[in-house]
Design a protein around this ligand. Structure first.
Ligand SMILES: [Zn+2]
Length: 240
């Protein structure tokens, strides 16, 4: 009986702490996302692959599972919270990429200094959220995708590619400015070190890329799925 009372008291304290902490939460789907399987064997993992956006596979639909903190604003993914010391010196958002034959759907961030300066530097979650994918993609290397729920009810995804290390797993809750990995060079050191970073405003699988059946999406369609990362972050800065 005493044990039961103690358990009840403990649970009460936890619930009270949650209530009084003032945290906002949203109920979210489980970690058993639709993006299962080994991405290395996924034929869609090359840069020209069809992202096959299937509305039925959107994991942001309500379901049993995790409690995820709502976002309280967005910071930059490298450098300090304002991205100080770093810049988009590689491909910018919606710049034509001859490498992939598509409009570049994100930003390539580099640390100012020598070309190798950013190798191994921390990569931060830009906002509170849940890790939807953490794994290896044969073209982009180590990738992390984080799903974010905004107070206005909208959902966006941040995508971090070419990582040297991944420090979080699928289903993990992350907080804004939490280190989730380090800057790398992609598979087999394909690239000079940089962070390929995307903000997606409509669900795509982790290996999504703006091309279907070898045809690059027009800019108008890219903009249905992707936001300009810097513009998005600057319009969603935290109050503190
Ligand atoms: Zn890139």
């Amino acid at each position: 009986m005493r044990n039961h009372l103690q358990q009840f008291a403990t649970a009460t304290v936890i619930v009270a702490a949650l209530i009084f902490s003032g945290c906002s939460f949203s109920l979210l789907p489980g970690s058993d996302s639709v993006i299962g399987g080994d991405p290395r064997s996924d034929p869609g993992s090359e840069p020209g692959a069809s992202p096959s956006p299937d509305p039925g596979s959107d994991p942001s639909q309500p379901g049993p599972g995790h409690i995820v903190p709502l976002t309280d604003g967005f910071d930059f993914p490298v450098g300090d919270r304002n991205g100080k010391g770093w810049g988009v010196t590689g491909y910018g958002f919606l710049e034509w990429s001859n490498y992939s034959g598509t409009w570049h759907p994100g930003e390539d961030w580099n640390m100012y200094g020598s070309p190798m300066a950013d190798l191994g530097k921390p990569v931060y979650a830009v906002a509170n959220g849940i890790v939807r994918f953490s794994g290896f993609n044969s073209t982009q290397g180590n990738i992390i995708m984080v799903e974010h729920h905004l107070p206005d009810g909208s959902t966006v995804w941040s995508q971090y590619a070419h990582l040297q290390q991944r420090w979080v797993a699928e289903g993990e809750i992350v907080g804004r400015r939490q280190i989730i990995g380090t800057v790398g060079r992609g598979p087999n050191n394909t690239f000079s070190p940089h962070l390929h970073f995307e903000i997606r405003i409509k669900y795509l699988p982790q290996n999504g890329w703006p091309r279907t059946n070898g045809q690059a999406w027009p800019k108008s369609k890219v903009l249905e799925y992707y936001a300009d990362p810097t513009v998005f972050i600057n319009s969603h800065r935290p109050e503190t």
